[in-house]
Design a binder for this molecule. Structure first.
Ligand SMILES: [Zn+2]
Length: 436
């Protein structure tokens, strides 16, 4: 052990010695005021009561390196966008059943990568799903044989150049499509088949009660005859983004991400943008396709679920200039091997969102509550310090677990703590309150 490591260890030991272990229940809330130009756009560290009249709740579930968002919509339906990794830990199913759900109205799989489709087969086992929205990507087995629904299999069979088809061969995606086309749900005493559709520009999910919200897909783009890729009956590896994509490097490694739809959720108190792992090329193509009236719907997005976990090849300047986000949420795993999110993306987001950037690797599960006029954001954890800081003040009147470089250091009473180690420093309430 080096001298430096020994010193760090000594610091930890002395920190533990001064620890006061007292448990009191606490949760962390940030009040967020969406009025543009208001000086109170910074989240307040003061605790406040949880909004009791929320119409919309958006749960960014901490699945490590991957995406999963569960949305409780104002018409009492619910939606799941993606479901993390195939690590067998049932994080997503447990989270959703913990909220009391047995059925999911809308399941959206943005694209076939493991970090998005991973737990979807388990979700289909554990819940009755009514409507499934899938990417225009064809499931094949490890030998390249198509194992998909009839419509996609037909596209693959008809393709003259098989290598031009956007195919996915991972096990989770194969299981997903098999289960999707066999999925049933009970409506009263009647057993019905789930509806399965591929996503495309213009597809909408309609609220059951008037216009309590709007949810629309803005990609993959249709052709000039307004046909979706399925209607065209042809394969397109680039999901409609070929003209801006084909000349770019890393075509094959990134092309799978291009199947991700761009989705906008609008509610009376705010709007929310989800882009899966769509790259800057898909962003540009979608922005270029917007009509003037659609542009006004994109011009002030309250919460941007940051594309591709904060990678450099998503979140273009053009996108940020268009949506001027006020808050950003990044679904990302601690210490991930991809370097997500990148410093460049964080810096760009900072220009718009200032400190209103929330990350699952630091903040844990992130919940947005919205009533008719306001948005409130709640996190499991709070980030208390930056790299290299030596004195960190914990929020008042609470007791906290403090994590240094991913390791639980100790439980601390509020006040100033001293940390010499280089690490991400986050704190979690000593005893977390049950959400519902
Ligand atoms: Zn991803």
């Amino acid at each position: 052990m080096s001298k430096k490591q020994k010193n760090t260890k000594k610091q930890f030991i002395s920190l533990v010695i001064v620890t006061i272990i007292v448990a009191i229940a606490s949760t962390v809330y940030f009040n967020y005021n969406r009025i543009v130009g208001n000086t109170e756009t910074q989240p307040s560290m003061e605790e406040s009561a949880e909004m009791t009249d929320a119409e919309l709740e958006i749960h960014f579930i901490d699945v490590g390196q991957g995406d999963s968002v569960f949305i409780e919509l104002p018409d009492e339906t619910c939606m799941l966008i993606d479901a993390g990794n195939p690590d067998g830990d049932n994080t997503v199913s447990n989270y959703i059943s913990g909220l009391g759900y047995a059925q999911i109205d809308y399941l959206i799989v943005t694209h076939g990568d493991n970090d998005h489709v991973g737990e979807i087969p388990d979700v289909l086992d554990d819940f009755e799903v009514k409507n499934i929205y899938r990417p225009f990507q064809v499931a094949v087995d490890s030998s390249g044989n198509v194992r998909d629904g009839e419509d996609l299999a037909k596209v693959y069979d008809n393709a003259t150049v098989k290598s031009s088809v956007n195919v996915i061969s991972n096990q989770a995606f194969g299981k997903f499509v098999q289960k999707a086309y066999a999925e049933t749900y009970t409506d009263g005493s009647v057993v019905k088949n789930a509806m399965v559709s591929t996503t495309y520009d213009g597809l909408k999910i309609m609220p059951k009660n008037g216009n309590s919200f709007a949810f629309e897909f803005f990609g993959p783009l249709r052709n000039s005859s307004n046909q979706t890729l399925i209607e065209q009956g042809v394969a397109s590896k680039t999901q409609g983004y070929a003209s801006v994509y084909q000349s770019k490097p890393s075509y094959d490694s990134l092309v799978k991400n291009e199947a991700s739809p761009v989705m906008l959720l609008e509610h009376s108190s705010g709007s929310y943008l989800f882009t899966g792992d769509a790259t800057v090329h898909a962003e540009e193509a979608v922005l270029g396709s917007l009509s003037d009236s659609e542009k006004t719907r994109f011009d002030a997005v309250d919460v941007y679920h940051v594309g591709h976990h904060g990678a450099d090849n998503s979140t273009s300047d053009a996108l940020l200039e268009m949506i001027t986000p006020k808050m950003a949420v990044i679904s990302v795993g601690a210490g991930n091997s991809h370097g997500h999110p990148t410093a460049g993306t964080l810096e760009k987001l900072g220009d718009y969102c200032s400190d209103n950037i929330y990350r699952s690797d630091l903040h844990g599960n992130i919940l947005i509550l919205a009533n008719a006029t306001d948005i409130q954001l709640k996190t499991n954890n709070v980030v208390v310090g930056n790299l290299g800081e030596t004195e960190i003040e914990l929020p008042p009147d609470e007791y906290w677990y403090v994590y240094v470089a991913g390791i639980t250091a100790a439980v601390f009473v509020s006040g100033v703590i001293y940390i010499m180690s280089n690490g991400k420093i986050k704190a979690k309430p000593y005893k977390s309150q049950k959400r519902k």
